[in-house]
Ligand binder design. Structure first.
Ligand SMILES: [Zn+2]
Length: 160
C-alpha cells in the first residue's frame, strides 16, 4: 500500500553474501547486566551519548555474535555515499545505489499518480557502470570485503 514512489535508473551494486555466524563490533552500553546491553548495534556509534541513559555506565564499542547475512553497516560503517535498498535480512542480496549529489544515475520520485517520461535510448550503460565504479572506489572495496559484488545497470523501484 505504498503512496510514495522512489525510482532509480542507472548503475548499482548487487551485493550477495551467504548467511554466516560472526563476531561484529557494536556500540552501546558496556554493562552486560543492563537491559540496554542486548540493544547494542553496529550502526549506533554516531548516535551514542557518553553514558547509558538506563544504568549510567560509559558507552562504547564491544563485540557480539551475530547470524545471518552481513548488514550494509558492517561493510560501510557510517558512510552514506551509497544507500542500500531492499535490505531485508532474510534475503542474501542487497542493492546499493548512489546517495550523493551529482552522481551517475537518474532518480525519479513522486506521490501516487505521478508520471515521468525519460528517453533512455542514448544511454551508454557500460560507461555509466565505469563511472559508478570510479565514483565509489572506497565503498565498493569495503563492500567486496563482506559481499560478492557485481556492478549492474537497471531499474530499482521502491514504494514507501
Ligand atoms: Zn546500561
Amino acid at each position: 500500500m505504498g503512496l510514495y514512489m522512489s525510482m532509480y535508473v542507472g548503475p548499482y551494486a548487487e551485493a550477495t553474501a551467504e548467511p554466516s555466524e560472526r563476531e561484529v563490533d557494536v556500540y552501546g552500553c558496556t554493562n552486560s547486566k543492563c537491559a540496554q546491553w542486548k540493544k547494542r548495534e553496529t550502526w549506533m556509534q554516531a548516535a551514542l551519548s557518553s553514558f547509558c541513559a538506563t544504568c549510567g555506565t560509559a558507552t562504547g564499542k564491544t563485540t557480539k555474535l551475530v547470524k545471518g547475512r552481513p548488514s550494509p553497516h558492517e561493510a560501510l560503517g557510517e558512510s552514506e555515499r551509497l544507500s542500500s535498498i531492499r535490505d531485508d535480512e532474510d534475503e542474501d542480496v542487497v542493492y546499493f545505489v548512489p546517495n550523493i549529489r551529482g552522481s551517475v544515475g537518474l532518480r525519479l520520485n513522486g506521490d501516487r499518480g505521478a508520471s515521468h517520461h525519460v528517453d533512455l535510448a542514448g544511454v551508454d550503460r557500460e560507461a555509466e557502470m565505469a563511472l559508478f565504479e570510479g565514483q565509489f572506489p572506497e565503498e565498493l572495496s569495503a563492500l567486496r570485503k563482506v559481499y560478492d559484488v557485481k556492478t549492474c545497470w537497471g531499474l530499482q523501484v521502491d514504494w514507501s
